[in-house]
Design a protein around this ligand. Structure first.
Ligand code: HEM
Length: 337
């Protein structure tokens, strides 16, 4: 009798465990599991070729857009998931993400719409703006001599974009704990943080986004109030470029000399305490991320970084996506239907 009772009890526990497992797998499916490699194979079979062809033209005309187009996808995915919400314009009754402070320096919206227009001609009402961003980011990196990765498709476009939700984007002043929290909130771990930060091998930054490190690090606002985590020689060079705290015009290459090319140069800079942002320097504040930075700084493991970057991008590209009958397929990327 006792034996039978304990068998029944363990079966009940097993059944309960199976339920928990099924519910959590089901949850993951609902969030991102419906993205598929061949999602448009019947409805828009040439989607990837069309994006690639346009990206070639776009980057030939304006090579400096590779960085901004990668950043657009990152800023899309961190607010409401990769749902194209970053692309929506403000309306008379709503201030959209696009018009919030962290997004005022985004570029490349015209290029997204250019590709959307071509896809609307080829397969009207079919390909989401969110998918277009994911493909453009991938092609931007690949065409800048970086890695490539498979992009699963089927994201739907959101109908909501709110400026006040951009507080979910990590600021350049963030310390390590905050960066880990903000990435963690999107299902991304410490490795993703150190790997995806390598995206700063591409592109430029405005002085005012790091000039607190040069002039006003603790709020004392004088010449000596500098970020001690910044290399002294680099600090002097940056001060000669960024003349005041308020300079929001001067641009600085984040990986000087190779800001158009995707490589491991970012880690060499960070290892030498020459990352532009306080957030970059914070990768040296933790043993795991410091070890990664130092390994990549040797320049001997670039293939590893490329693999890691591809993997982390696949993860970031599926954060909180809308699928199935959620959201919509916008006709214009800057307007809800
Ligand atoms: C770790 C937290 C991050 C912080 C605090 C951060 C912050 C920033 C800031 C302040 C800028 C300068 C914008 C400007 O002045 O125009 C910038 C640029 C950029 N970021 Fe990040 N970022 C982070 C992570 C990422 C990630 C994950 C990616 C992509 C995988 C990325 C890609 C870029 C690119 C490519 C640029 C250059 C854009 C351009 O050339 O206009 N960043 N970032």
């Amino acid at each position: 009798m006792n034996n039978m009772m304990s068998r029944i009890r363990s079966r009940t526990i097993m059944a309960a465990l199976m339920m928990v497992l099924l519910v959590s797998v089901g949850g993951a499916m609902a969030a991102g599991g419906q993205l598929e490699m061949d999602f448009y194979s019947n409805t828009c079979p040439h989607v990837e070729a069309i994006v690639r062809e346009e990206m070639l033209k776009i980057l030939r005309e304006a090579p400096s857009l590779a960085g901004p187009l990668l950043r657009l996808h990152f800023h899309d995915c961190f607010v409401r998931g990769c749902d194209g919400s970053v692309l929506l314009d403000s309306t008379p009754t709503n201030t959209a993400e696009k018009d919030a402070t962290p997004n005022l320096t985004l570029r490349g919206f015209g290029s997204v719409q250019r590709i959307k227009d071509r896809l609307e001609q080829a397969c009207p009402g079919t390909v989401s703006c969110a998918d277009i961003l994911a493909l453009m980011a991938r092609d931007a990196v690949a065409l800048a001599n970086g890695p490539s990765w498979p992009v699963s498709l089927g994201r739907r476009d959101g109908r909501v974009s709110m400026a006040n939700e951009t507080t979910q984007l990590p600021p350049p002043t963030a310390n390590f704990t905050r960066l880990v929290q903000m990435f963690g909130a999107k299902g991304l771990d410490i490795k993703d943080l150190v790997v995806l930060s390598g995206g700063h091998t591409l592109g430029t930054a405005h002085c005012n986004l790091f000039s607190d490190r040069l002039y006003n690090f603790t709020g004392a606002n004088n010449d000596a109030d500098v970020d001690p985590a910044l290399d002294a020689a680099y600090l002097a060079r940056l001060k000669s470029r960024c003349r005041s705290l308020a300079d929001n015009v001067t641009l600085n290459e984040m990986d000087p000399g190779s800001f158009l090319s995707f490589d491991a140069g970012y880690y060499r800079l960070v290892a030498k305490r020459r990352g532009l942002f306080h957030s970059d320097s914070q990768l040296l504040a933790n043993p795991v991320t410091r070890a990664y930075v130092q390994r990549q700084a040797t320049g001997r493991f670039v293939h590893e970084f490329f693999n890691d970057f591809a993997q982390s991008m696949v993860k970031m590209s599926s954060v909180d996506v809308l699928t199935g009958d959620q959201g919509e397929i916008r006709k214009k990327c800057y307007l809800v239907n």
